[in-house]
Ligand binder design. Structure first.
Ligand code: GSH
Length: 216
């Protein structure tokens, strides 16, 4: 099976990248540079009409959305136990977690990272960012409480939910958020724990990232 991941360094595609490494699968990667709008190029849109990353080529198909990609990757390597088995309630709990990360946590960063998509004037964008910061802090507070002392999102067992979560923990360290977020000890401890996993640190290195200079 040919697998090829389209990614942008430090974007949410980092979850799919680290997941492929956790699964021990052979795959290629190709950078789609969001900073130069390579995701809006005709060539990329011909492959993925949504113009976003991650996108995973699987032979002659293309799969988008982290939730789908992480589920697919976990099921390719069942012996690694990267997600609970299909059909179990634990798998549904993992799905709930991934949906929360995709629909609520990811989008809570958008008013801060991309205020220009929500307002045109400088004053409007500043307002969007200010309201967004309040909302992001509240979301991260709920996340911190739900994680508790972990050690992992699903409790005692590591899963690809943690790999997905890692992306947002990394985003919390972006320089533009420095000094703006409330203290989140559980999330900080989780970031430190996950950063030590070889698959996560290898994906970070391949994308040219470090915890303090995460970009994307
Ligand atoms: N729900 C999607 C979100 C994908 C997404 O928004 N990716 C961002 C990078 S984190 C992107 O490609 N943005 C480009 C753009 O919006 O122009 C997923 O989890 O795969």
């Amino acid at each position: 099976m040919v697998l090829k991941l389209y990614y942008n360094p430090g974007s949410c595609s980092l979850a799919a990248h680290a997941a492929l490494l956790e699964a021990g699968l052979a795959f290629e990667i190709e950078k789609i540079d969001l900073a130069s709008a390579a995701n809006e190029s005709e060539a990329y849109l011909a492959k993925n009409r949504w113009g976003r990353v991650p996108a995973l080529v699987i032979d002659d198909q293309i799969l988008t959305e982290n939730i789908a990609i992480l589920s697919f990757v976990a099921d390719l390597a069942p012996e690694r136990g990267l997600l609970p088995p299909p059909g179990s309630f634990a798998r549904i709990r993992a799905l709930e977690w991934m949906a929360l990360l995709s629909s609520t946590v990811h989008v809570a960063f958008r008013p801060l990272f991309r205020p220009g998509r929500l307002a045109s004037s400088a004053a409007g964008q500043a307002d969007v960012a200010a309201i967004g910061l309040t909302s992001l802090n509240r979301t991260l507070g709920l996340l911190d409480a739900r994680i508790g002392r972990g050690p992992y999102a699903l409790g005692e067992t590591f899963s690809l939910v943690d790999v997905y979560l890692f992306v947002f923990l990394l985003w919390m360290r972006r320089p533009m958020l420095a000094g703006k977020l409330d203290a989140r000890p559980n999330l900080d401890a989780m970031l430190a724990r996950l950063a030590e996993r070889p698959a996560i640190s290898s994906a970070m290195a391949a994308e040219g990232l470090s915890i303090t200079i995460a970009q994307g």
